[in-house]
Design a binder for this molecule. Structure first.
Ligand code: RB5
Length: 154
């Protein structure tokens, strides 16, 4: 499984912590580092870049971090085929994969401490889509997404 990670200026420390944590576990993780060499890169473009990488199939999953995690989730969900959610607890992070089949988890450095963030990411990492009763719901979400992105095909 290939994972990418990125952050805005509000989450540089948490990105470093999570990147090193996952690297030490042997996870195939890439820091997209969108902001490098750019002045004042803002969370929408950073989160959009990460989501486009997921959409292109270059990575299986992404971790997108900002001050609250909210802006990163909002922008990722504007990219067709990409589902994202903000998680600051283990249960939600597991459900994000098992129930929602989302590829992108977002977090806020201004919300959560590094140790809890690591525990949440560990739980997220080993969670996969469970299918079952969740399958038609996720399928419906994809159908409605299609309508939203391609209303002419209605
Ligand atoms: C700072 O730009 C802050 O607004 C951002 O990191 C994030 O929390 C947005 O959702």
């Amino acid at each position: 499984m290939k994972i990418c990670i990125d952050c805005d200026d509000a989450a540089v420390n948490l990105k470093k912590v999570l990147f090193e944590h996952l690297k030490n576990k042997g996870v195939d993780i890439t820091d997209l580092n969108y902001s490098e060499g750019k002045e004042n890169a803002m969370y929408p473009e950073i989160g959009y870049n990460l989501a486009k990488e997921i959409q292109a199939g270059n990575y299986d999953r992404g971790i997108s971090i900002c001050g609250t995690g909210l802006g990163m989730a909002m922008i990722a969900n504007k990219v067709e085929g990409v589902f994202a959610g903000t998680c600051h607890d283990v249960f939600s992070a597991e459900r994000l994969r098992k129930s929602n089949d989302a590829q992108v988890i977002t977090m806020g450095e201004r919300v959560i401490g590094p140790e809890l963030a690591k525990t949440i990411i560990d739980a997220w990492l080993v969670s996969e889509f469970a299918g079952g009763g969740s399958a038609p719901k996720v399928a419906q979400m994809r159908e409605l997404e299609k309508l939203s992105f391609h209303p002419q095909n209605k």
